[in-house]
Design a protein around this ligand. Structure first.
Ligand SMILES: C[S@@+](CC[C@H](N)C(=O)[O-])C[C@H]1O[C@@H](n2cnc3c(N)ncnc32)[C@H](O)[C@@H]1O
Length: 216
């Protein structure tokens, strides 16, 4: 990730946004797309599993999977404010000691992050320019299940990202969004030994869950 995108992420996903997200989660639970990913992962079986959630935000996926019987979780987040919010919520829910937090760009940190049974990236690929690097490094850490939510290749997703990037450019905000072709993501995952188990499209979002053909 370029340094300006790191700065952009800290600006965009700041304390105010983290507090709003946390409030929304406490009131209504995970957002619809996040809930869909969680349910599809749970359908693969999470009891006793270890979870790696990349760009986990306030940690909704981790909190829900730990409540469903996952053993422990690793959160790798580029926003310091989101890590604090995820820690606060983990304490409130009584499972803070089962989550380890790492702050930074996952691709930079990947060499120090252990393999986990389940790896999730909920609306993270679309914040990252080097899709191939992110998908290859993250899927290499998935022993069994790999789940993603990211932009569909649809005209309104393209318009939305172009408009948001244009407005950010005008405002001199360094954050940018990226549309990566789902066929390329799929091709990378299949070449790494994953097969698709779940596929759902709604609005601008695509939710997919893959399983490793030969679990490690
Ligand atoms: C749109 S938010 C989604 C947050 C959460 N997954 C959710 O769906 O509510 C994208 C998140 O990904 C994080 N992120 C983006 N690129 C990252 C990277 N390379 N490594 C770690 N975190 C990253 C950002 O800090 C941000 O919290």
């Amino acid at each position: 990730m370029s340094c300006s995108q790191c700065v952009g992420i800290e600006f965009k996903f700041d304390r105010k946004k983290a507090a709003q997200e946390l409030q929304g989660y406490r009131k209504d639970g995970p957002k619809e797309t996040t809930r869909r990913l969680i349910d599809a992962v749970i359908a693969e079986g999470v009891s006793g599993m270890t979870v790696l959630d990349i760009g986990g935000g306030i940690g909704a996926i981790q909190h829900e999977l730990l409540k469903e019987g996952a053993n422990s979780s690793i959160n790798v987040e580029a926003s310091q404010a989101y890590i604090k919010a995820a820690e606060e919520e983990a304490k409130r829910q009584g499972h803070a000691q089962r989550i380890s937090h790492f702050h930074g760009d996952f691709v930079d940190l990947a060499g120090n992050i252990p393999e986990c049974d389940v790896v999730t990236l909920d609306k993270v690929v679309c914040c990252y320019d080097d899709m191939r690097g992110l998908v290859e490094e993250s899927s290499a850490r998935a022993r069994r299940v790999y789940g993603l939510v990211y932009y569909r290749n649809h005209w309104y997703a393209r318009i939305w990202t172009a408009l948001d990037n244009f407005l950010n450019m005008l405002r001199r905000h360094p954050f940018r969004q990226f549309m990566h072709p789902p066929e390329e993501v799929d091709q990378i995952l299949r070449s790494k030994g994953f097969q698709k188990r779940f596929h759902h499209e709604v609005g601008v979002w695509l939710t997919v869950v893959y399983e490793r053909s030969n679990p490690r």
